[in-house]
Design a protein around this ligand. Structure first.
Ligand code: CAA
Length: 241
């Protein structure tokens, strides 16, 4: 019987690559998305992976969405908390909405998604929670006080929950991607990307979403049962912890 995986923000960018890689590794995969119906439908048509729409910043919507996925596919054994947004601005220009939107999605989204699946994972004595944090949660990034705070929070969440899950066969790990060639990174002003960011990456290029997806597939596997509370960085040498 193949295990069931749910990937948030799973129809675009890094999340889409993770959904596809997990399916390729034999998992039954569901992809959550929040906004772009057209992209989600195209993703399902192309990959055969079903998509489910809800907003991870809304606890009740997460509980209802998870119940629907579980009714369709079965109990969620692997949860990939990938959904994330940016609202970049220098701090003196950052609005309270910029702050709240990013914290609600990128940090509280992890609580909202993990809490409804946690009891089931405990009861079944198996679970994999994989949180997509960021290099910018590790090192901080100008223009991202909100995003860096949320992504650093994701690492604390990972380490605390790993301790709670360990005796119940649940591993909780984080991946910290560096700058990956997705729409989110390509939205950075061209001049900033070319002159300020790429020169800071020793391998001299952006990462590929599939380079992150392969880490997620490994963390989801039975082979990774002794790895919990860890942070795996994949950033082309841009930052060492
Ligand atoms: N690294 C180094 N310098 C940076 C920088 C960066 N990432 N971002 C901005 N700067 C510099 C600019 O080059 C500029 O310097 P000069 O005045 O010497 O030219 C200065 O900071 C001010 O920047 P702007 O003129 O662009 O100021 P702005 O107010 O118009 O815009 C900003 C500010 C919205 C933060 C914009 O610069 C920006 O989007 N920067 C990119 C921030 C960033 O790295 N975001 C990561 C997004 S990808 C992601 O989040 C995924 C992930 O997990 C890695």
């Amino acid at each position: 019987m193949s295990r069931i995986a749910l990937v948030t923000g799973g129809s675009r960018g890094i999340g889409a690559a993770i959904s596809v890689a997990l399916k390729g590794a034999g998992y039954k995969v569901a992809a959550n998305y929040a906004g772009n119906d057209e992209k989600a439908q195209a993703f399902t048509a192309e990959t055969g992976i079903p998509t489910y729409k809800w907003d991870v910043s809304d606890y009740a919507a997460c509980a209802a969405g998870i119940a629907k996925v579980e009714a369709d596919l079965g109990p969620i054994e692997i949860l990939v908390n990938n959904a994330g947004i940016t609202r970049d601005a220098m701090f003196h220009k950052m609005t309270p909405e910029n702050w709240k939107d990013v914290i609600d999605t990128n940090l509280s989204g992890l609580f909202n998604m993990t809490h409804p699946v946690w009891t089931g994972m405990r009861d079944r004595n198996f679970g994999r929670v994989i949180n997509i944090s960021s290099i910018n949660g590790q090192k901080g990034q100008m223009g991202q006080a909100n995003y860096s705070a949320a992504k650093a929070g994701d690492l604390g969440f990972t380490k605390a929950l790993a301790q709670e899950g360990a005796a119940k066969g649940i591993t909780v790990n984080a991946i910290c991607p560096g700058y990956i060639g997705t729409e989110m990174v390509r939205a950075i002003p061209e001049k900033v990307l070319a002159e300020r960011i790429i020169p800071q990456i020793p391998v001299g290029r952006l990462g590929e979403p599939e380079e992150i997806a392969r880490i997620a597939v490994f963390l989801a596997s039975d082979d990774a049962g002794f790895i919990t509370g860890s942070t795996i960085s994949a950033n082309g040498g841009q930052f060492f912890v």
